[in-house]
Write a protein that binds this ligand. Structure first.
Ligand code: BGC
Length: 744
């Protein structure tokens, strides 16, 4: 009797305790939104897991699996979001299934990779980064969001903010290059452009910062490969752009395929909870990358997919992209007690909050207006802006006077496999963009007013990637009669992007041989390189009179390039990533450490190659203009400062050449002695200024102690007292500097 009494007593006590624990946990995760809480209280477990499930439609494939049956899933409330689903007609049809045939009528969320334009295609992100023009980048992001939203979308998987120092990695084209500061500024601009301040006008999309984290550092530059680096490097170099995007308001985050410190990102509590939620106070939802939850089995950290789901949910993943693990397998964790209903409710809440923010509960069809879709997409104003952004993204790498095309030129040969190509100009990840809407280089040149008085001939000469030289003769015959040759060579667009890593980053096929043959005629060759990544351009540099790095410029590529060739626009782009002289130098980046044996050409025992220089062919921040700029020595309002004081650094920049033009004035910092070693230079500020011919301007930067901070020996974020060199110049090679001293 006593035993029975004691069992009942403890059972009662335990149930009171577990009730109060539950209440505490629920209180911790509960929003104050009664609507969302009310909805959650009505949902079955399957409906909750459905909200945590994202499937691709069969419209197109951006990964290894496609799953049918999603319409039935919508009906049963077993899928709350779909991607690769766009256009008003298609999304409305699916939304109707959710609103008319599912039990709780929770609106669907539609996502898509709108990365650099929806239908009006802008330059690839790496190209836009070369503009160093944050307003232009924000505007381009706004237009892509506006077109996407008009096409029934709510959510884009952008911006991609992965820093990379390896041009072999195909996804280098999707980001902003090698630098943390530039990457962070661009991340903010893109989030501002995509999300704006509100969704009131249904002309913005939810941003998704990706791929969290350090996806841009795979060993050997091989996509999906292992990432391993110190926490110091992770925090100083790779994490800041994600943080910047989140601080700018990005509402969703996508995990990466790679592991960090032995744990795949989709199962990393360190990344997803400790850093993202606890340190950075991220308040939106986290989605995996395409089946990256399932891939944790192949990574070898879980035995099966159910365990992968449990690990992911415990780590902080709210939504499963395409894996169907949350939908089908994770319930096991509830039975074993490894996960609880609180975990699930927390994720559902994170997701429903975003649907509410979009206004979908008030009107699930707010993004589904066919008239607006027609009027918005490829609106002429968007094309004008796309042309402007494209011009700003081009980098002039060499010019011996061949550009802008001199007035005396009467006959131009436009040659090369990319001279009249349209399909490649969109680059990859071009959403709904189509080659047929792009202006080819040849079309741009021919329709430019300046070409009226010029005879233009066109010969392809060779293909992008073949050994066939049979077209060379015709090209050479045409060259004989020309005053100038414009040669467009480079990569096929599919040679960069996801799963497109390369060991050799050379211009493919016989394109360089065509350049050599044309250059041997003695006619000046202006080479336009179109590509998604830094290539080894040593031969191109040597054999060309002028070189333009033109990336994939998008819908208005040909017009933008014609503007530059004929001098309507003076090139102002600067490289956001170093271009190596040879693959053997990779990774080559400007913000390296000094080492204990810095480079010295006159001695053996120091850090160098026997067979290659240390420096890249073109350094980070490099880019020429048709004019020239001179810089004064930098000045400072004080060279000694302390506490929370700031320093104003100023420099006079003068346009000393013959054209009006823009210059990107770049400020770099070097901490001479730290408790841990510091890079030889770190970008900490830049300004893009316009100067008329002969004009001067004083450019000022404010440096605060926070700009000089880093993780010290004990991993504390501090500004250490000491001396700093502040460099201000036109690229990362600048030696134009002033020394300042900071004390506590
Ligand atoms: C890519 C992501 C992309 C996703 C959805 C994945 O393969 O890594 O960047 O957003 O597919 O298309």
């Amino acid at each position: 009797m006593n035993r029975i009494f004691s069992v009942i007593f403890w059972a009662t006590i335990l149930s009171i305790l577990s009730c109060s624990t539950k209440t505490r946990v629920i209180q911790k995760y509960t929003t104050t939104d009664p609507f969302i809480e009310g909805l959650i209280s009505k949902m079955t477990l399957d409906e909750k897991l459905g909200q945590m499930t994202l499937f691709t439609t069969d419209w197109e494939s951006t990964g290894p699996t496609i799953r049918g049956g999603y319409e039935d899933d919508i009906r049963k409330g077993r899928c709350g979001a779909l991607f690769n689903s766009h256009t008003v007609a298609f999304t409305t049809r699916l939304q109707k299934i959710a609103m008319e045939e599912s039990r709780l009528k929770i609106p669907l969320l539609f996502g898509y990779d709108v990365i650099h334009g929806y239908k009006t295609v802008f330059p690839i992100p790496l190209g836009e980064a070369a503009s160093w023009d944050l307003d232009a980048i924000e505007k381009s992001a706004y237009i892509m969001a506006k077109e996407g939203a008009a096409a029934g979308l709510h959510w884009t998987f952008a911006p991609m903010v992965d820093i990379t120092r390896d041009p072999r990695w195909g996804r280098v084209m999707e980001g902003a290059g090698e630098d943390t500061y530039l990457g962070s500024e661009i991340a903010k601009a893109r989030v501002r452009g995509i999300q704006g301040n509100s969704f009131d006008k249904a002309d913005r999309l939810i941003a998704c910062v990706k791929h969290f984290a350090a996806y841009g550092a795979p060993f050997g530059g091989r996509d999906y490969n292992t990432v391993d680096m110190s926490e110091r490097m992770l925090r100083e170099v790779f994490l800041p752009p994600y943080k910047a995007a989140i601080d700018a308001g990005a509402l969703t985050v996508m995990t990466s395929f790679n592991e960090y410190d032995g744990v795949p990102a989709s199962g990393s509590k360190f990344l997803l909870t400790d850093i993202l939620r606890n340190e950075w106070k991220f308040d939106g939802f986290v989605v995996t990358d395409y089946t990256s939850m399932n891939e944790m089995v192949a990574h070898g950290v879980v035995a099966d997919e159910a365990d992968a789901g449990i690990l992911a949910l415990q780590a902080g993943v709210d939504m499963d992209m395409q894996g169907a693990i949350y939908q089908e397998k994770i319930k096991k964790g509830l039975k074993t007690g490894e996960i609880t209903m609180e975990h699930i409710d927390r994720s559902v809440r994170n997701i429903l909050k975003i649907k509410k923010k979009l206004g979908l509960f008030e009107d699930p069809y707010r993004f589904s207006n066919p008239d607006r879709e027609r009027q918005t997409i490829m609106n002429p104003e968007h094309l004008t802006i796309a042309r402007d952004v494209a011009r700003k993204s081009v980098v002039l790498l060499k010019n011996n006077g061949a550009l802008p095309i001199p007035a005396k030129v009467r006959k131009i040969l436009v040659a090369g496999p990319l001279a009249d190509d349209k399909d490649n100009l969109t680059g990859v990840w071009s959403a709904s963009g189509e080659g047929r809407h792009c202006v080819s280089l040849l079309e741009g040149i021919k329709s430019h007013p300046a070409s009226g008085a010029i005879e233009i001939t066109h010969v392809k000469g060779c293909d992008i990637d073949s050994d066939n030289k049979s077209g060379f003769d015709e090209a050479l015959r045409a060259a004989a009669g020309a005053d100038l040759i414009v040669l467009a060579i480079g990569e096929h667009k599919d040679m960069s992007g996801e799963a497109a890593s390369k060991a050799m980053i050379r211009i493919p096929g016989v394109q360089e041989a065509l350049l050599e043959a044309l250059s041997a005629t003695g006619k000046p060759v202006v080479t336009i390189v179109m590509n998604g990544r830094p290539l080894v351009l040593s031969k191109v540099h040597e054999k060309s009179a002028a070189v333009l790095e033109a990336w994939w410029l998008g819908t208005q590529a040909g017009n933008a390039l014609a503007d530059i060739l004929f001098g309507d626009y003076n090139p102002s782009g600067k490289l956001p990533i170093s271009f190596p002289m040879h693959e053997g130098q990779i990774p080559v980046f400007y913000s390296h450490k000094n080492t204990g044996r810095p480079f010295d050409p006159n001695s053996k025992w120091n850090t160098k190659y026997l067979d290659l220089p240390n420096d890249p062919l073109y350094a980070f921040g490099y880019g020429l203009s048709y004019t020239t700029f001179s810089y004064s020595l930098p000045g400072a309002d004080r060279t000694d400062f302390s506490g929370s004081q700031s320093v104003s650094i100023s420099v006079d920049v003068k346009n000393t050449g013959n054209y009006d033009g823009e210059e990107v004035v770049q400020l770099y910092v070097r901490d001479l002695v730290g408790s841990v070693t510091r890079p030889v230079k770190e970008l900490k500020g830049f300004r893009k200024i316009f100067l008329k011919k002969g004009e001067s301007k004083t450019v000022r930067f404010t440096l605060t102690p926070a700009d000089l901070a880093f993780y010290d020996r004990n991993m504390h974020w501090v500004t250490e007292p000491g001396e700093f060199d502040i460099f201000v110049g036109s690229d990362s090679n600048t030696q134009n500097k002033i020394r300042i001293r900071y004390s506590k």
